[in-house]
Design a protein around this ligand. Structure first.
Ligand code: ATP
Ligand code: TZE
Ligand code: MG
Length: 538
């Protein structure tokens, strides 16, 4: 009998014998997994008749015993009892947990599939005598479940569940994530999934096809173990650092780097912004390219200093956006995401959430309406792409900016009269099971101020072009510079240029031209200490 408290949830293999490659068997795949670091096995054979299921279970049980790993049976409490397995995993539509416990007794492991926070509330009512661990999912779309009842929840959905476990103080309950987890996304899932109080991350991950369908299940398992051993997701190597302060005299170096490195800025952006964004990019010594052709994304992302500005203002097809995110993540190059009109309509909300689920972003920038909705702090919908929020409650906006930075482990920017920048990356570091190095409220945060410049709201795509500016500065980063410094430099430059342009223009038409002039002049002369906008740590 396996002692419950000693179960290691790190790498949980769930079987499916419908996907075995030729020349392998259920047992040979499971054994290859066990030999190379699988820590828990679940026999999940939906199509197998009872008699065969029991025969297989006995064989797999023998293997599990040999390697000292517990065996869990999916759904079939009778089979688990018949072979004296270590536990049972049940779904929401299977036998109720109290009955399962009554049949199995207190020593056995009981797992439950959970997708919603109210299920966590239910679980805490049963207490430690009920569920021992939950499978949180599904995280991403998967072929393993033919007719999924739930939409993929993404890392934010998983984090909400982990948050509920903390809130209800379900300390005993362990967690694994399941659904569409593969080596390309597991590091990001481990990094992004955590409770808002920073104290709890996943105890493990669950895989099916990566081992069951692998021609070489042993090396596939080893690869997974290597990923799971890391405590850092270095998504843009060298560019995220744990510096928590910033000195304005560093800004000149950031401008110099962009000048020297002349980054390529791929724009996927709205039609209103395209020409403006390209000209701002050129004014800042960088090379713009507008592209929505999937087949060239990978090639573009591999050009040194390539950076992607992804703006959902008028929208390219979802597959195009997702392909771009995947290409830049794979090439470990930064993405600046501007979710224009995030919650203005159901369509935009779904589309932007889908993009957010698809990858890791170096920076997420929005106006106050967008950032408040992203943080879940807004009352009602945004009217259109304008913020619709007068920005009077600065502390609420700071809170929202920090929550967005923390939730997406990114550097977030909230624009308005006062701009706010927060860094929730923790330099890519996390502590499996344990948590992040702090909660959302403790992350570094700055405001950038330059008085009221109302005319900045009188031209279209001024926020979008701040996105281009941020991309130019992040794209230039090399050496010991980092994303936070680049973003602070970009926001301060842009605000200062806005102030200069507003003092020179005759109306919103010439303001537009003067803004590009001022960006060009400030970039070329490179004397940030003379700029009007100032940075304050809050
Ligand atoms: N009242 C203001 N005073 C000073 N700066 C402002 C003011 N309003 C906006 N800005 C600046 O204008 C830029 C755009 O901010 P805004 O919040 O209007 O973005 P946005 O609504 O996303 O823009 P758009 O959708 O038109 O691209 C930012 O750089 C911001 O700092
Ligand atoms: C006006 C407008 N509509 C969609 S995107 C955009 C540019 C400002 O965000
Ligand atoms: Mg605006």
């Amino acid at each position: 009998m396996f002692a419950k408290e000693n179960v290691d949830y790190t790498l949980y293999l769930v079987t499916d014998s419908t996907m075995l490659p030729e020349g392998t068997t259920l047992e040979s795949q499971v054994e290859a997994g066990l030999k190379n670091g699988v820590t828990l096995v679940q026999l999940r054979e939906k199509e197998t008749p009872t008699k065969t299921f029991i025969q297989e279970a006995l064989k797999v049980q023998k293997l599990c015993k040999h390697y000292g790993v517990p065996l869990i049976i999916n759904d079939r409490v009778d089979v688990a009892l018949a072979i004296n397995a270590d536990g049972v995993h049940v779904g929401q539509d299977d036998m109720p947990i109290p009955m399962v416990r009554k049949l199995l007794g207190p020593e056995k492991i009981i797992g439950w599939s959970v997708g919603y926070t109210h299920e966590v509330e239910q679980l805490t009512k049963w207490g430690p005598e009920g569920v021992d661990y939950i499978g949180i999912g599904m995280v991403f779309p998967t072929n393993t479940k033919k007719n999924p009842k739930k939409a993929p929840m993404g890392p934010v959905g998983v984090s909400n569940i982990l948050g509920a476990l903390q809130e209800y103080e379900a300390k005993w309950c362990k967690t694994v994530a399941i659904g569409g987890l593969h080596p390309d996304c597991i590091p990001r899932v481990l990094y992004q999934c955590g409770s808002p109080d920073g104290r709890r991350m996943l105890d493990g991950i669950s895989v099916v096809s990566d081992i069951m369908a692998a021609p070489d299940a042993g090396s596939a398992t080893k690869k997974l173990r290597d990923i799971l051993a890391k405590k850092r997701y270095d998504f843009i190597p060298g560019l995220i650092s744990n510096s928590t302060t910033f000195h304005p005299d560093q800004m000149a170096e950031y401008l110099d780097r962009t000048k020297t490195n002349r980054p390529l800025i791929q724009h996927i952006t709205n039609k209103v912004h395209q020409n403006f964004g390209a000209n701002v990019t050129l004014a800042l010594g960088s090379s713009p390219i507008m592209s929505e052709i999937n087949s060239e994304f990978k090639e573009l992302s591999l050009i040194p200093h390539a950076t992607l500005l992804l703006n959902t203002g008028s929208v390219a097809p979802l597959e195009v956006l997702i392909d771009a995110v995947k290409a830049y993540n794979e090439s470990q190059r930064p993405i600046v995401f501007d979710p224009v009109g995030y919650s203005a309509t159901e369509t935009r909300l779904n589309l932007n959430n889908h993009v957010l689920t698809a990858g890791q972003f170096a920076c997420i920038k929005g106006n106050s309406g967008e950032i408040l909705s992203l943080a879940g702090l807004s009352q009602g919908k945004m009217k259109g792409v304008d913020s619709g929020y007068n920005g009077s409650d600065l502390s609420l906006l700071i809170k929202a900016t920090k929550i967005v930075a923390y939730r997406y482990r990114t550097v977030s920017v909230c624009t308005g009269k006062t701009d706010i920048v927060a860094d929730g990356t923790f330099a890519g570091a996390y502590e499996p099971s344990g948590g992040m190095l702090g909660d959302w409220s403790s992350i570094p945060c700055f405001t950038i101020v330059c008085g009221d410049i109302p005319i900045m709201e009188c031209i279209t795509a001024s926020g979008c072009s701040l996105g281009s500016t941020i991309a130019c500065l992040i794209g230039g980063v090399s050496g010991n510079a980092n994303v936070l410094g680049a973003v602070l430099t970009a926001v301060t430059l842009y605000k200062s240029a806005g102030q200069k342009a507003s003092s020179r223009c005759r109306g919103s038409g010439s303001f537009h031209v003067e803004l590009i002039d001022a960006l060009y002049q400030f970039f070329t002369s490179n004397q940030p200490l003379e700029w009007a906008a100032s940075i304050h740590q809050v």
